[in-house]
Each structure stands twice: as C-alpha cells, then as structure tokens.
Design a protein around this ligand. Structure first.
Ligand code: COA
Length: 170
C-alpha cells in the first residue's frame, strides 16, 4: 500500500514538474549541450548525435525548468504491417534519475508510436531494443516496464555482448 502510494505521488510529481515534448530541429543546441556535457567534449559527434535524434528518429524530450532531463528515441522497423518499433535510445541525466522520468519517457514513446500506427490503420504489436548485456540498471528498468529479455548477441558492441528486450502490446 505504502509502495503504491509512493508510486502515485512520484508519478504526479513527474507530471507536474516535467514537460514531455517532441524534439524538433530547434532543439539541436539543447541536445548538443547534453552530449558535450554528459558524453564527451567532441563538437562533431555532438552535432551528429543531435541531428540524428531530430531527423532520422522520433525523439521525446523531458524538460524541467528549461533544463533537459532526458530523452527517449524510437523508430519504425520493417513495414507498417509488421507493427514493430525499436527504442533506439533512452537516457536520463544523472541528477534526475530515480524519479520516474525514464518510465514517463518510455510511456510517451510507446503512446506516440501507437498513434502513428493507428492513424494509418495499423497496430503497434512489438517494441524491442538492444542494450549492453552488463547494464544491470537498464535491465532492472526494462524489467519494470514489462519488457522480456529474449536473446543475446555475442560481441555485438565493441566491448560487450548485446541483450535484446521485447515488449508485446497485443
Ligand atoms: C536506465 C535509466 C534510463 C533509468 O532512468 P530513471 O529515470 O532513473 O528510471 P525510473 O526512475 O523511471 O525507474 C523506473 C524503475 O526502473 C528500475 N530502476 C531504475 N533505476 C534503477 C537503479 N539505479 N537500480 C535499480 N533499479 C532501477 C526500478 O525498478 C524503478 O522503479 P522504482 O523507482 O519503483 O524502484 C537511467 O538509469 C539511465 O539513463 N542510465 C544510463 C543510460 C542507459 O543505461 N540507458 C538505457 C540503456 S539502452
């Protein structure tokens, strides 16, 4: 009971304090700043990162007090009749973690994808993603989001195997 109350309070606080919205090309500088601060101080790669997120995939931003807290990105894989989407990226900046933000970003990504499919009379059936096998926190997060760990690919990443997670929506 106490746990469910805590979850409801957290969800409400997340809703009140954070704004979720789709990223556009106007957000390139915001995304670049996040990459330069949190990943590496490399201007060219920051530009590629920010451009990819706003052009070749759909990205959702979580904003609190004009600061970018985290992002989720998704893309359709295969034909619309397959009903499959990949979550290509998900990250919450360190100081904003464990506050329900990734859960909100994931929920929003799936809802947006579902709308995209249903507007064209298709159904989103599966959401999948790859992650580094050794990423225990991400594993716990995806388990909490009803994803099932279904397969591994040896040496998929330069220094780790990949784990594939799938969530069934039908
Ligand atoms: C994984 C990540 C996105 C989670 O973001 P978050 O906003 O902190 O996650 P949430 O607050 O929505 O957590 C939801 C659930 O995930 C699990 N979880 C999240 N962080 C956890 C942690 N540090 N330890 C254990 N479980 C954790 C819990 O089950 C949590 O539910 P609870 O708060 O009721 O215990 C974040 O840690 C991150 O950005 N990590 C670095 C990038 C990354 O690994 N991305 C995913 C790889 S593809």
């Amino acid at each position: 009971m106490a746990d469910s109350k805590r979850r409801i309070t957290e969800a409400l606080l997340t809703l009140i304090m954070n704004a979720l919205r789709k990223a556009t090309v106007e957000d390139i500088d915001l995304l670049k700043e996040m990459y330069l601060t949190d990943v590496e101080p490399h201007q060219e790669r920051a530009t590629v990162f920010a451009t990819d997120l706003t052009s070749i995939m759909e990205t959702i931003l979580c904003i609190r007090n004009d600061s970018l807290c985290g992002t989720s990105s998704w893309a359709i894989r295969g034909g619309m009749d397959d009903g499959v989407v990949e979550v290509v990226g998900l990250g919450v900046r360190e100081q904003y973690r464990k506050q329900g933000i990734a859960s909100e970003l994931m929920k929003e990504a799936i809802e947006q994808a579902q709308v995209t499919f249903s507007e064209k009379d298709y159904t989103l059936r599966r959401v999948f993603l790859f992650m580094e096998l050794s990423n225990e926190i991400a594993r716990q997060f995806y388990n909490s989001q009803d994803f099932k760990e279904v397969a591994t690919i040896p040496l998929f990443y330069p220094s780790d195997d990949a784990s594939i997670f799938v969530r069934e929506l039908d």
